[in-house]
Design a protein around this ligand. Structure first.
Ligand code: ADE
Length: 240
């Protein structure tokens, strides 16, 4: 999978060198290219923002550096890609649709993702309109809160998507039993020692009865989901 990230703080993406994703990059499963938006700002101060048309607080990102950077990425990827199987351009934004595990699964099937990370009060609307005509564009929010910019949100999405790319996570079975994969929150996990500060492991987990373990884990998942995220419960598990 190819991933391009555009930002005025490319250093944010340095952590993609670490851990599972770093290994996946080294093994060629994921190709991440980070672009400094200011490389496409050609005045002396490398300006990327301006005051909002119509007035108001804050600054808005100008369209030209975005146009130049996105055009270069699109031109490079144009070989062999049409607007249907060309890149999906994702702009992290608190005004977007909410990112979910289902969206992560969908995006993990793609060949090429582009993350356009805005700062300030947002990006000039004409950028979304221009690339919406030429590619698949999505505004995506990490949740109902406001970050300083799209970088941290893009990092979270990149991690959630890349770990679903075949080969990135060594044991694919570990993906199956996670929170959200079956629509429920994950059950509690334990490991050695059997007694820690007087706190013991539930006996069912040490009894060797796999059926009983499976039933216990499912009950725990349902109880936890009912307690903290009741809106996630499938209809047949509600109102018990
Ligand atoms: N940029 C600022 N806040 C954000 C959020 N909640 N999700 C995605 N991008 C953002």
């Amino acid at each position: 999978m190819r991933i391009d990230a555009i930002s005025i703080f490319p250093e944010y993406f340095g952590v993609l060198e670490l851990s599972l994703l770093g290994r996946a990059r080294a093994r060629g499963l994921i190709d991440v290219q980070v672009h400094d938006l200011r490389d496409a700002a050609h005045d002396r101060h490398r300006t990327v923002d301006g005051t909002p048309a119509g007035g108001g607080a804050g600054m808005v990102m100008r369209p030209e550096p975005w146009g130049e950077t996105l055009d270069a990425i699109m031109a490079e990827s144009a070989a062999g890609e049409t607007s249907d199987d060309g890149p999906i351009i994702i702009f992290p934004s608190p005004a977007g649709e909410v990112f979910t595990q289902a969206m992560a699964r969908e995006l993990a099937e793609e060949r090429h993702l582009v993350f356009g990370c805005g700062r300030y009060e947002g990006i000039d609307q004409r950028v979304f309109d221009e690339y919406g005509d030429r590619a698949r564009v999505r505004l995506v929010s990490l949740g109902d809160y406001v970050l300083n910019g799209g970088e941290v949100a893009a990092m979270a999405m990149i991690e959630a998507v890349c770990r679903l790319v075949p080969g990135v996570v060594g044991n694919p079975e570990s993906l199956v039993e996670e929170s959200h994969e079956d629509g429920l929150l994950e059950y509690p996990s334990y490991t050695k020692p059997a007694d820690w500060r007087g706190r013991t492991i539930p006996p069912v987990l040490l009894g060797g009865n796999h059926g009983a373990v499976r039933d216990w884990r499912r009950e725990q998942s349902i109880a936890r989901t009912r307690r903290v995220r009741p809106e996630l419960l499938p209809p047949d598990l509600r109102d018990e």
